[in-house]
Design a protein around this ligand. Structure first.
Ligand SMILES: NC(=O)c1ccc[n+]([C@@H]2O[C@H](COP(=O)([O-])OP(=O)(O)OC[C@H]3O[C@@H](n4cnc5c(N)ncnc54)[C@H](OP(=O)(O)O)[C@@H]3O)[C@@H](O)[C@H]2O)c1
Length: 206
């Protein structure tokens, strides 16, 4: 497959790029700043994915697109570019499968409220980010968008670790507390290769 990873230089996106390469896919990594080092075989595109013409070209040229971008983490930053990215992805009418990396905060507690609303559920530093990312899912779920999308939430903790190749699967509720970025990437590629969660949210954990 031809796979574009928006945020391919980030913590999660870079693991997705590596896993896709490992499986023999053609990979395009997209970020606004130029990466310091580029893995062999990766096509680097330096572009702002909140620009609709950038998204349009990526969707036209790839079989799958992974959105692992993040709202600007600076205090009081403008999150509208991130929201525009999600809207532009949702509006596309082609056959490209779009996987959006979401957040733990939108996963549900047993009472149906979101994890980010429980005490300690959304660390202060990430509260605005969790809200904006959760709004992306609400937008996707709110109407019948034409795009072939899916939305994958990490558990509370995701960080680089080791690749076991295994993970637990769930839908709206957490199935564990943590996952390595490598195993998260395994789940991303499994979904792109054999779509099982079209137009739904799902989650994974080690
Ligand atoms: N437990 C959790 O729920 C959890 C934990 C971590 C992350 N996440 C979520 O996972 C996603 C990815 O997070 P991360 O930690 O991997 O982020 P990260 O390490 O900060 O990486 C973000 C990537 O996106 C790129 N990017 C940002 N805006 C862009 C734009 N407009 N156009 C093109 N590229 C853009 C960045 O590169 P440039 O800055 O050079 O453009 C970078 O490559 C986010 O939605 C985050 O909220 C969830």
């Amino acid at each position: 497959m031809r796979i574009a990873v928006v945020g391919g230089t980030g913590m999660i996106g870079s693991a997705v790029v590596e896993e896709a390469l490992r499986r023999g896919h053609e990979v395009t990594s997209v970020s606004r700043s130029r990466p310091e080092a580029v893995l062999d075989g990766v096509v680097v595109v330096q572009a702002d994915a909140s620009d609709p013409t950038v998204v349009e070209a990526l969707l036209r040229d790839h079989d799958a697109l992974v959105a692992a971008a993040v709202p600007d983490r600076a205090p009081d930053s403008d999150h509208r570019p991130y929201a525009r990215l999600i809207e532009n992805l949702a509006a596309h009418t082609g056959s490209t499968y779009v996987l959006i990396v979401g957040g733990f905060g939108s996963l549900l507690r047993p009472d149906g409220t979101q994890q980010r609303f429980r005490p300690g559920g959304s660390v202060e530093k990430y509260r605005r980010e969790a809200q904006t990312v959760a709004e992306g899912l609400e937008f996707l779920q709110s109407e019948r968008h034409p795009a072939r999308w899916t939305y994958l939430c990490p558990p509370f903790m995701i960080r680089p670790g080791s690749r076991s190749g295994a993970y637990k699967l769930g839908t709206d509720h957490p199935v564990g507390d943590e996952i390595s970025t490598q195993d998260f990437a395994v789940a991303v590629l499994d979904e792109l290769e054999r779509p099982a969660h079209l137009r739904t949210r799902f989650t994974v954990a080690n």
